[in-house]
Design a protein around this ligand. Structure first.
Ligand code: ADP
Length: 356
């Protein structure tokens, strides 16, 4: 026997894992087919394809599932109950509702790597949705580089905790019509956040469940880049309808982007589309120069069968707006950048119909 094992390490034992019981597998397929009959009326697709049902487990005559819904979709729970009660073998059900009080549509903004403009995109998209008349919140969950508060001029603000009938809640800040909550507001300025494991998990879960957003049409969640613990926790804990992936033209060939997409699809989260940032440099004469190459976003979108939602040019005013805490889409909504973000916001409004 090897002597190298640490005394603090419990001895390895082979825990027998029971093979999936074939009756459960058959029943699970039956339930999935049944749920495919439930069409979500706004998105006009079934709840399985929309990734609203996750962690489906069947044990003998017991069905357990997590249902990820927005504040306007509670009736789906009744529909599911009714369908399950039509199954002769099903004696018990437990539907765990995953929802953020008051939030209709939660969308994650993600990237394979840092520095591609994910937060810039989140802030400008939130601004464009606000201009379109939607009530918007922005949750900055980028634990590794939370810079949304600064991009909205909220760098030194403090978070207040209020008492509500449901217990203590964080009160989001508000800037330029957008409600904001950020992990960055919990950290000392200039001190990187070094949360790991269970602490990270707890903070993120708190952020998702204990913010008093009020009524929101959209909650944009600025995810940390990559596919680590923090991303997985957020995706599993929140009722995200889909994810928008931000990339730059030269990043698209890199495996990080594909790894992210693979992770989202594995948990059943739809990828709503790709935004290609820093696509080209627009000269004063209107000439487009593709500094980082061209066509990458389009190719990736085709390969992944997901729409290319927009191509954002390199514009020094984006950077200046970020530094000044005033997103370009708000200060210059008719600039080429503003127009592109407003177009993307229009596409989201058409899909998610917040004003219906
Ligand atoms: P990420 O969230 O992916 O780490 P950021 O949004 O913080 O990236 O952007 C990184 C830097 O690049 C910021 O200084 C931002 O102002 C700048 N930036 C992002 N997109 C553009 C763009 N299209 N044109 C000019 N500067 C940009």
């Amino acid at each position: 026997m090897s002597n190298h094992q640490s005394p603090f390490q419990p001895p390895k034992t082979d825990i027998p894992t029971s093979p999936p019981d074939s009756l459960s597998v058959i029943r699970q397929q039956e339930v999935i087919q049944l749920f495919k009959q439930i069409i979500e009326p706004t998105l006009k697709n079934d709840i399985i394809s929309l990734g609203m049902v996750r962690n489906l487990r069947i044990v003998d005559d017991y069905v357990y599932l997590r249902l990820y819904i927005g504040s306007h979709q509670y009736e789906l729970q009744t529909e599911i109950q009714n369908l399950l009660s039509s199954l002769t073998w099903c004696k018990k059900t437990y539907i765990q509702l995953c929802t953020i009080p008051g939030v209709r549509t939660a969308i994650a903004v993600s990237s394979g790597k840092g520095g591609v403009g994910k937060s810039t995109t989140s802030v400008n998209l939130a601004a464009a949705l606000h201009i379109a008349g939607a009530k918007v919140g922005l949750l900055d969950a980028d634990v590794y580089g939370p810079n949304v508060p600064q991009m909205l001029g909220l760098g030194k603000s403090e978070i207040k905790v209020i008492d509500t009938p449901n217990g203590k809640r964080f009160l989001p800040l508000e800037s330029q019509g957008i409600k904001v909550m950020s992990v960055g507001l919990l950290a000392e300025p200039d001190h990187p956040l070094a949360w790991r494991g269970p602490v990270l998990h707890k903070i993120i879960t708190q952020f998702i469940n204990e913010v008093e957003w009020g009524e929101l049409d959209y909650l944009l969640i600025d995810l940390p880049p990559g596919t680590g613990d923090a991303q997985i926790t957020i995706i599993q804990e929140s009722p995200i309808c889909g994810v928008i992936l931000v990339t730059t033209p030269q990043q698209v060939a890199i495996s990080d982007v594909r790894r992210s997409i693979h992770m989202f699809r594995q948990v059943g989260l739809p990828v709503l589309g790709i935004i290609e940032n820093m696509s080209y440099f627009l000269s004063k004469g209107g000439e487009e120069t593709p500094i980082f190459g061209s066509g990458g976003g389009q190719k990736l979108a085709e390969e992944l069968q997901t729409p290319l939602l927009g191509q954002i040019p390199i514009d020094p005013r984006i950077c200046a707006g970020g530094d000044a805490g005033e997103p370009l889409t708000l200060t210059e909504p008719h600039s080429s950048v503003g127009e592109i973000f407003r177009q993307i916001a229009g596409a989201l409004n058409t899909t998610f119909s917040p004003f219906a």
